[in-house]
Design a protein around this ligand. Structure first.
Ligand SMILES: Nc1nc2c(ncn2[C@@H]2O[C@H](COP(=O)(O)OP(=O)(O)OP(=O)(O)O)[C@@H](O)[C@H]2O)c(=O)[nH]1
Ligand SMILES: [Mg+2]
Length: 453
């Protein structure tokens, strides 16, 4: 059915141990050729041995080797794992011997793809493998692990099984009216209403999922010389962005990440926004800042607290005041304050923080506010609810299909018509779990993996 594949599973470079994985039907013959002297191969036992080139008998390295007998392996096939000295030279020489024996180099994620195809894990678990590998925060790690253990899969399968039962009963009662009882429409509609409200809840909390996996995107904006770069440096605790008293110091974007309470926050320092400019570079920069404001989760608007608001401040405010998460930083609090923010209209959860980026006053208050608004709310969240972008898109369609069903029912649709919506929802759910997934979707998912996983 499948050919035999091999890959280096550990990162390139010099290290303690490097692992080469081989999976597929030729594993038994391969192990005999690389280790001709070894007669016993107890599955899952570690043997210390020499790896040799089959024809010449030249020794390439010595190390540990483990044989996993399918289906009791990661891929569900026979697997050989060589734990060698992690020298690029050693690894490459062993890999080329394997390729010389007719083994193919694995595609990215191909081991995990085989695990899915062979029923060792479902698609949500496979995706959590890659998410775990890429996790950048303790929350990302926690979510990926929960999904790896199947928490999302269980939730989705339960929903799918429930819909499936109704669909089968409807279709059965139409095809075999004497044998299969008609579906209890009232109970079915009640159950589906509950499903829709559960899905809506799940979709509502997905912003958190985005923050867990990708971090919180924050942009620092303000007119020139108010202290945006100073703020970035203060947050980072190092001089990353150039600070001078000359307005217009920052021209391009500078970005940097910090971890706050286990969540990754990305900050982008931007060029100061001023309206009266004919400078082409500056104008282009302004357009990019507007795009950044739109795409960011958080806007930090810096104003100079030591002077009244300027026309340019008001122009910037026009662009950001509708953002759901806005932090107004009244900077230079070490100087006499002349700014008045009391007449500005903000959305209700806008925060105003007085700070001196130069003297690092108010920095802890800002970090605390970010921690409160993002991290603490994450802590109260059920991690098994978190989905990735692909899963969210599919679940949104499932909810829409079920809503359509409810609307049809309200219009007096016959069972047959309802079962079409049920079928659509079931198919979409199967796309999440991998029960109904196209080759194209699978390839898209596994192309994000690294070779050797
Ligand atoms: N007194 C005082 N001065 C500050 C503070 N923060 C920044 N400054 C000064 O303000 C000037 C401008 O600071 P930057 O951080 O470069 O300001 P910016 O907003 O990045 O400026 P552009 O990149 O030109 O848009 C520098 O001289 C800083 O030392 C502060 O909290 N208090
Ligand atoms: Mg700057």
């Amino acid at each position: 059915m499948f050919d035999t594949i091999a890959a280096i599973a550990t990162p390139p470079g010099i290290g303690g141990v490097g692992i080469i994985r081989v999976s597929g039907p030729d594993v038994m013959s391969i192990r005999g050729q690389l280790f001709p002297a070894r007669k016993t191969w107890q599955p899952r036992y570690v043997y210390y041995d020499r790896v040799i080139v089959p024809e010449s008998g030249v020794v390439l390295d010595e190390g540990c080797v483990v044989y996993f007998q399918g289906p009791h392996s990661y891929t569900g096939e026979d697997v050989l794992e060589l734990q060698l000295h992690a020298s690029p030279q050693v690894m490459q020489s062993v890999l080329s011997v394997l390729l010389g024996l007719g083994i193919r180099l694995a595609d990215p994620g191909e081991f995990t793809k085989r695990a899915v195809v062979n029923g060792k894990m479902d698609l949500t678990q496979a995706e959590s493998v890659i998410e775990l590998i890429h996790s950048k925060s303790v929350y990302a790690q926690r979510v990926s692990l929960a999904h790896l253990r199947g928490s999302l899969f269980k939730r989705i399968s339960l929903l799918r099984a429930g819909l499936m039962r109704y669909m089968e009963q409807i279709e059965g009662s139409i095809d075999f009216p004497d044998e299969v009882e008609a579906v209890d429409r009232v109970a079915m509609i009640e159950a589906i209403e509950k499903n829709v409200s559960d899905l809506s809840h799940l979709l509502r909390v997905q912003d958190f999922g985005k923050w867990i996996q990708g971090g919180v995107q924050c942009v620092i904006v303000g007119r020139p010389n108010v202290g945006k770069s100073s703020l970035l440096n203060a947050l980072l605790g190092e001089s990353r962005s150039i600070v001078t008293s000359i307005p217009g110091t920052t021209r391009d974007f500078i970005d940097a990440q910090i971890l706050l309470g286990g969540v990754m926050f990305s900050f982008v320092d931007t060029a100061g926004v001023r309206s009266e400019t004919t400078d082409v570079i500056e104008l282009l920069g302004m357009r990019r800042i507007r795009a950044l404001i739109r795409s960011s989760d958080v806007v930090l608007w810096v104003v100079d607290g030591s002077v009244p608001l300027q026309p340019d401040d008001y122009r910037i405010l026009e662009q950001i005041k509708r953002k759901a998460r806005l932090y107004v930083i009244a900077n230079k609090s070490d100087k006499r304050q002349r700014v008045d923010l009391s007449n500005l209209e903000f959305k209700k959860n806008t925060r105003i923080v007085a700070m001196s980026a130069k003297k690092q006053h108010g920095l802890e208050a800002l970090k605390e506010a970010l921690r409160h608004d993002f991290v603490e709310r994450l802590e109260r969240l059920d991690v098994s609810l978190m989905c990735n972008v692909r899963q969210v898109a599919a679940l949104r369609l499932v909810r829409d299909q079920l809503k359509h069903l409810l609307a049809q029912y309200a219009l007096g649709a016959v069972d047959d018509a309802l079962s079409i919506d049920l079928k659509g929802a079931i198919l979409k759910l199967g796309e999440v779990t991998g029960d109904d997934v196209t080759e194209e979707v699978l390839d898209g998912i596994f192309s994000r993996f690294c070779v050797g996983k």
